[in-house]
Design a protein around this ligand. Sequence first.
Ligand SMILES: Cc1cc2nc3c(=O)[nH]c(=O)nc-3n(C[C@H](O)[C@H](O)[C@H](O)COP(=O)(O)OP(=O)(O)OC[C@H]3O[C@@H](n4cnc5c(N)ncnc54)[C@H](O)[C@@H]3O)c2cc1C
Length: 429
Amino acid sequence: MSISKSNLKVIIVGGGPVGLTAAHALTKAGISFTLLEQRPSAVIDAGSNLVLQPEGLLTLSSLGILPQIMAASTALGKIERIDHKGRSIGNVDWFLNMAKKYVNAKYRHDDTNKASTGHAPRTLSRHDLTSVLYNTLPVDKQANIIPDKKLATITSTPTGVVVTCTDGSTYEGSLIIGADGSHSKSRAQMHSLALSSASTSVNEETPFLTTYNCLWIRMPISATQGIIPGISSETHGKGLATQFFAGDDTAVLGIYEPLPEPTKKRQYFTSADEQALVERWGHVKLLHGNDLTIAEMYAKRAQAGLVTLEEGVLEHWSWGSKIVLVGDAAHKYTPSTGSGCNNGMVDACLLAKELSAALEENEPIEAARIEAAFARYQNLRKDVSIATCTGSGRATAMATWSGSILSFIDVHIIPRRIVQNFIGKRITV
Ligand SMILES: Cc1cc2nc3c(=O)[nH]c(=O)nc-3n(C[C@H](O)[C@H](O)[C@H](O)COP(=O)(O)OP(=O)(O)OC[C@H]3O[C@@H](n4cnc5c(N)ncnc54)[C@H](O)[C@@H]3O)c2cc1C
């Protein structure tokens, strides 16, 4: 069978922000899809709030949904920074600089030479982001999002792939986009298929390394005193850093704590682990001139979660013409630079663009065309992803004062305007 736009069927595994972005981008490219999500809905009220950077806003703008995103989010301004004793260590203006930043064409999915949303980064809840992504899909495409479907295995067939879910149901398609997060089952299946096909492109089985854990806490803004939506603040110091962002409805806090030793082992946490972290660091203040502490925010929490912060970028982002990975399944960063979701959304749009272009080419070997599109997608995304991973890891190391040189730079060099302007122009998110 020859592959064309009209008969290509993509199975997206995972309905997080990146899987839903892929659904939009494929719809825009005229490629049909089925999305399988393990949870009861792609839109759920769970998870940390997110910061959308210029690249992410530009991506959402290219999908035609920027107005809805703007309405659901809050602009962020300068970041106030304090140490563990509540003393100012100098503010930074990354966010304001970013509003002016032009996005390098190499890392973008649209065709203009230069583009900028002109907007400062914005914060919104994961619920609101996925809700906008879901609700702005055409109704007939929403019907292609199938909840309560957890990928178990992927089988390669002469004409495509068969996905089997844990409930025994099966779905046939031409290829799979794995958007199922950092513990991706698609990635694990891709690894097994690459091994069994004696492929020369086999990833490490556990590609990501964890150096930090993170407790995130969401709190209704109504429970705070004197905190205005848009406020951003960080507390830095030896062994612990925090990031606080206030939105219109909720404020979110991310608390980063280094592990005694980096590990590739998956960790599981209980609420006792959460509470132990709060007992260790509950006294730490979150804002300059405000008495809000970690303990108080945890006590007033709407939601919280202790998670591992894996870091790494996959060597191979696809297997043949059958499986390709996007978002956290392909690359995982610490959230210090607010990059994971933003980069994942760009992945999804660039991949759809490359796929669409491949289907319009006129070459004889169809599978090879898809494979080449996957390779072009990886070429566009891998280097920027490695740079982002390194940058976010460094930002977390600096904020947790992992060494005297980093703490010196953090306190004495970073607050200088000339340094911020220099770095601001070079930030890749
Ligand atoms: C505390 C914290 C703060 C963060 N802040 C930011 C930020 O400010 N900005 C930013 O850009 N990024 C941020 N990130 C990173 C961001 O959350 C991730 O990069 C983003 O969620 C990745 O999206 P994704 O869709 O690839 O994966 P996920 O969000 O992990 O979604 C994966 C989806 O796949 C589903 N799934 C998993 N396994 C299966 C299966 N076997 N079958 C079917 N479905 C499956 C899951 O249920 C889920 O819906 C933050 C992360 C953390 C932990």
